[in-house]
Design a protein around this ligand. Structure first.
Ligand SMILES: [Fe+2]
Length: 306
């Protein structure tokens, strides 16, 4: 079986109205549908599926689950078998449990993160329309073009990466090691982008950030200006660059405290599981790997998670 891509992040937010404002006005997503104050579905401009982000009203911030699309409806059953062989029970999720989404397979990773695999998503079309579209929306600013990747926190990232490779077809593209040689950050792809998912060490079940891709490196600068103008907290640096993946990036927080990222410039991965060795970052280059310009990673970058 193989995954098609990261489909959506389902986030927990205590203040639904504030979260919807943030993800529409700051991140630039479209509000597709809302179930009162309980749940909202949003999508980026350059995606046709019903949602790339689900907001769930909750007492706390964090990740409810991540949704990955599969290439074939039969992949759901194949995944259930592969997961069970590794001691992970899964359960089917009826079509329509989430609006605009077909049948799914939900399971909990040993890191206490829930994933949902699904095949069908209703189509809402591109924001510019599906007939004779202009290349940019009329009110186009520097906004998210799409959901790009998630970074999760796990007590045993190396074990989790091995499980994701064995069961779901991910492959490691880059890895940063600590002084003892243990993996500190592992970047995994299930597509041809450099990372759809990354793992950092820490408390199980936590979300480090969700990243939205913008259309150019200069858009990251424009987005940073917007964040500063709107007084949206940027926890770490302003616009900067990661050594890992080489992306131009800025991090900021949603009203619940979930870390967001605008990013552009990740290279295309080879798309060949087990055939391309990963890039390795050694302990003496970790700061440069994380923040290439500053070469000094702020402690909050690793410690602040939801
Ligand atoms: Fe990221």
């Amino acid at each position: 079986m193989s995954l098609s891509r990261l489909g959506y992040a389902s986030l927990l937010v205590p203040d639904m109205a504030a979260a919807v404002r943030h993800y529409t006005e700051i991140v630039g997503l479209r509000l597709i549908e809302q179930e009162g104050d309980e749940r909202a579905y949003l999508q980026a401009i350059h995606a046709q599926d019903h949602h790339c982000l689900v907001l769930n009203r909750s007492a706390r911030a964090g990740l409810d689950h991540a949704g990955f699309k599969v290439n074939d409806p039969a992949d759901l059953a194949r995944a259930a078998v592969a997961l069970q062989a590794h001691g992970i029970e899964s359960r089917s999720m009826a079509a329509g449990t989430l609006r605009g989404q077909g049948e799914g397979l939900r399971f909990r990773l040993p890191s206490q993160h829930d994933l949902v695999l699904y095949y069908h998503a209703d189509k809402v079309g591109y924001r510019t329309g599906m007939e004779n579209p202009d290349p940019v929306p009329a009110s186009h600013g520097s906004v998210a073009a799409g959901l790009d990747h998630l970074v999760l926190v796990a007590e045993r990232p190396a074990e989790l990466a091995a499980l994701l490779e064995a069961c779901l077809g991910f492959y490691v593209t880059e890895q940063a090691n600590g002084p003892d040689g243990a993996a500190l950050a592992i970047f995994l792809s299930c597509t041809s982008t450099m990372h759809d998912l990354a793992l950092l060490p820490g408390e199980n079940g936590r979300l480090h950030h969700l990243a939205f891709v913008v259309e150019s490196r200069s858009d990251v600068i424009a987005c940073t200006d917007t964040l500063k103008l709107r007084k949206v907290p940027t926890l770490e640096f302003g616009v900067t660059r990661h050594g890992i993946a080489g992306v131009t990036t800025v991090y900021f927080m949603d009203p619940a405290g979930n870390r967001n990222e605008f990013a552009h410039g990740a290279y295309l991965a080879a798309g060949m599981s087990d055939r391309i060795p990963p890039v390795i970052w050694n302990a003496d280059s970790l700061d440069r790997a994380l923040f290439y310009y500053e070469a000094d990673a702020p402690t909050t970058f690793m410690s602040s998670v939801t």
